[in-house]
Design a protein around this ligand. Structure first.
Ligand code: DQA
Length: 146
């Protein structure tokens, strides 16, 4: 099983950005945590982080025929990007949306998720654990699909 974990803008600033909301742990510790879980469970995983919408669209397109599942935190592009939604629909790779914070309890402008409309599941407000839940969900989902 090959999974792609995509993180959008400012996720590379974890540990520095708004620690009261996103915690004190860094992006590299997030990557280590997910890598450790995947290694122990026989899952191939690749990571991609970008602050650029088009680069995320390109990466999703390149995933076609390569990855079995996508875990995606589109960050601020969640609430604005029809292009990321369309890319996820275009490749139709099962995708799970993750948000570190409880976006449903935050500002009005965060209440729409475009990417989420192409995802089979969403985890929010679980901190970094949401990514592990997303990987576990895809493990089950992809095994049942076979
Ligand atoms: C976020 C929530 C988004 O609203 C915000 O723009 C982010 C991070 C989260 O993980 O909680 O950058 O996706």
């Amino acid at each position: 099983m090959k999974l792609l974990v995509i993180n959008g803008p400012n996720i590379n600033m974890l540990g520095i950005r708004e620690p009261g909301i996103y915690g004190k742990e860094t992006y590299s510790s997030l990557v280590s945590m997910i890598s450790d879980y995947c290694e122990s469970n026989g899952i191939d995983v690749e990571f991609f982080q970008s602050n650029h919408e088009g680069a995320i669209v390109d990466k999703i397109q390149e995933a076609y025929g390569v990855f079995d599942g996508i875990v995606i935190n589109p960050a601020a592009y969640t609430h604005t990007s029809v292009a990321i939604l369309d890319a996820l629909k275009a490749v139709s790779i099962p995708a799970v949306e993750v948000h570190i914070s409880a976006v449903n309890e935050r500002e009005d402008f965060r209440q729409i998720s475009y990417a989420g409309k192409a995802c089979v599941k969403t985890y929010m407000g679980l901190g970094f654990d949401g990514y592990i839940e997303a990987v576990k969900f895809l493990e089950n989902y992809l095994t049942q699909k076979k």
